[in-house]
Design a protein around this ligand. Structure first.
Ligand code: DCP
Ligand code: MG
Ligand code: MG
Length: 576
């Protein structure tokens, strides 16, 4: 097989995602203009509303003025969106070799399809003009797993619009093949989850993401090789992923020959649009970008020229920790009677998040069990000493009950564990709390043999066209990593406290209270989702050793630690 250097990257972004989740819950909403409200703005709106001039992130008042019959649904509780997002991602992940798939936010998925494409290139012969069906193989081992396609019938759009009928260079052919894969995955998502999405196909994460936004909704765009620079040149500088808001504004200023004071940047209206093409005609060296980009000149220079060396990371199926916190004004929380309802509320939210993020499709099985509950607090102090203190306890087994109402679990957890942790942290008689953070930490595999494919069996019609029995060894990789965590000793010390920037911590609106801060766990940049995920192991193991208590199969090395986990279901142990 001829080796090619360029990665083949697919990017998917769901159409009007929150609105689409709400529509699936209530299909009557599909045909009416629908907006999803968060505070006083629309987080998003469906395409019926967009056709009537309603815009994403518009003020509710303006949107209602624009569209009198706009139906508004509150979307402040993200649980339903998280659940759908997780289920679709886990589903898509099953198609992808080596699990080379990564989430960005709740509605975007990157796939590195290089190996799948090159394997298929080695199996197939491109015949220009042929209308004969070919077969894309989703499995190396099972030649019947895959889908038929016709080379010349390119699904979706190209940028620029293709003049000729077929691909010519090897890279063209690989990208055409990838377009067929993208189309297949979009169809699968639509069939199984009733969500449409838009997709981009290119050789970098940056260009794949941007290509996907050219044709929306329910469409896909292949960025033809050789047109990357021209394509990027037409984008407004602020639209380039990886160029932050402040950097974009400083670059605009530079190009337009004006200055905005640092403290005014956030409030500056972006009235003039400056394209990447204009920027690189004015700013001609990376060094010139350095002072405008906080020292990221090299990196941003490359992005503006279409160079993005970041790779799709094989993300594990669950985050390494989930945490929720709230901050309080002086004098608000000064005794246990005031604190207990707050602990209850935060713990309930944490449990809801654990259910959304850690229970597999079908809602019957945990993908991971956080081994510890961590409480972190910070006091108001006169000397403005903002140090956080934290203390962890074993997460009791009843937390993982799927039948007990969450409210009941939260109440018991607070009474039996959290209040004890607080008393361990607070030895003073007089105190005023400034911050409370509750976290589920130290994730352990949900049962050694978590098989997401089984969980999907209720969702997915078994069809001849797709039977993914692919890559058993690779499939286990993510699980190995999680299982190995069983070997780590029980936590003896409070966990190191996560650094939280003061400005994030204080809350943007300065209300001081009631502004819940949820730590980001999916990453908000193109390549930073590893921050809270940890790496992926590469060893395989065999499922030969059933646990004598629950019968789950484990690698030998994880069995002892797994039995310790069962002990934790019956005893509550406060550590520290
Ligand atoms: N979202 C949000 N606040 C933002 C941006 C987005 O709450 N500032 C939420 C609402 C969206 C979801 O994230 O439904 C995905 O964001 P997108 O930008 O992808 O927007 P949509 O999916 O809603 O619309 P599109 O069809 O344009 O992708
Ligand atoms: Mg979207
Ligand atoms: Mg998006």
């Amino acid at each position: 097989m001829e080796q090619s250097k360029e990665p083949i990257i697919l990017h998917f972004d769901f159409d009007c995602f929150y609105a689409s989740v709400v529509e699936n819950e209530n299909p009557a909403l599909k045909t009416v203009p629908l907006g999803i409200q968060q505070k006083n703005i629309l987080a998003t709106c469906n395409y019926v509303a967009r056709a009537q001039g309603v815009k994403k992130l518009q003020l509710i008042t303006a949107a209602k003025k624009q569209c009198k019959n706009l139906v508004i649904v509150n979307g402040e509780d993200l649980t339903r969106f998280r659940v759908v997002s997780k289920n679709i991602w886990l589903f898509v992940r099953e198609f992808v070799w080596h699990n080379l798939t990564e989430r960005l936010g709740l509605d975007e998925i990157f796939i590195d399809a290089t190996e799948m494409i090159d394997f298929n290139m080695s199996q197939l012969r491109f015949q220009p003009g042929s209308k004969d069906p070919s077969f894309f193989r989703l499995s190396r081992n099972d030649p019947s797993a895959g889908f038929p396609f016709v080379w010349d019938e390119l699904p979706g759009y190209t940028y620029p619009p293709a003049a000729s009928s077929g691909p010519h260079s090897l890279l063209h052919q690989r990208l055409f093949l990838a377009s067929h894969l993208a189309s297949f995955i979009r169809t699968q998502i639509l069939t199984n989850f009733n969500h449409t999405c838009s997709a981009g196909i290119s050789t970098t994460k940056l260009t794949a993401k941007l290509a996907g936004s050219v044709n929306k909704p329910d469409a896909q765009t292949l960025l033809l090789p050789g047109f990357e620079a021209a394509f990027l040149a037409g984008h407004e500088i602020g639209k380039v992923p990886g160029v932050g808001f402040k950097s974009a504004q400083k670059i605009r200023d530079k190009v337009l020959g004006r200055t905005t004071k640092d403290e005014e940047i956030e409030f500056t209206e972006i009235s003039e649009k400056v394209t990447v093409g204009t920027v690189i005609s004015v700013i001609t060296t990376p060094a010139q970008l350095e002072p405008l980009t906080g020292g990221n000149g090299q990196k941003i220079w490359r992005l503006l020229h279409g160079i993005d060396p970041s790779r799709v990371a094989a993300a594990p199926i669950v985050p390494t920790q989930i945490s929720i916190e709230d901050t309080f004004r002086p004098g608000r929380i000064t005794c246990l009677n005031q604190l207990t309802p707050v602990l209850h509320q935060l713990t309930l939210k944490l449990l809801q998040r654990m259910h959304a993020d850690l229970i597999g499709p079908g809602g019957e099985k945990w993908l991971a069990h956080p081994k510890n509950f961590r409480l972190s607090i910070r006091f108001h102090t006169r000397n403005r000493d903002f140090a956080r203190m934290s203390r962890s306890g074993r997460m009791p087994g009843y937390v993982f009950s799927l039948s007990t109402p969450l409210d009941v679990v939260a109440e018991r957890l607070v009474r039996e564990v959290v209040v004890g942790l607080f008393k361990g942290l607070c030895t003073e008689r007089k105190w005023e709390l400034q911050l409370v953070n509750v976290a589920a930490v130290n994730m352990a595999d949900g049962g050694g043999g978590v098989d997401i494919r089984d969980m999907f069996s209720t969702l997915r019609p078994r069809s001849e066209s797709w039977e993914n029995k692919e890559e058993p060894t690779e499939y286990l990789d993510g699980i190995v990593n999680n299982s190995q965590q069983y070997n780590s000793p029980p936590e003896k010390e409070p966990e190191p406290i996560k650094e939280v920037k003061e400005d994030e911590d204080e809350g943007g609106e300065q209300e001081g209270e009631g502004e819940e801060v949820v730590e980001l766990e999916w990453g908000d940049g193109l390549s930073d989702s590893s921050v809270e995920y940890g790496g992926i192991g590469s060893r395989g193991f065999s499922h030969n050793d059933p646990c004598p208590i629950c019968g789950e199969r484990f690698p030998v090395f994880a069995l002892e630690a797994h039995q310790r986990f069962h002990q934790s279901e019956t005893e509550i142990e406060i550590l520290g």
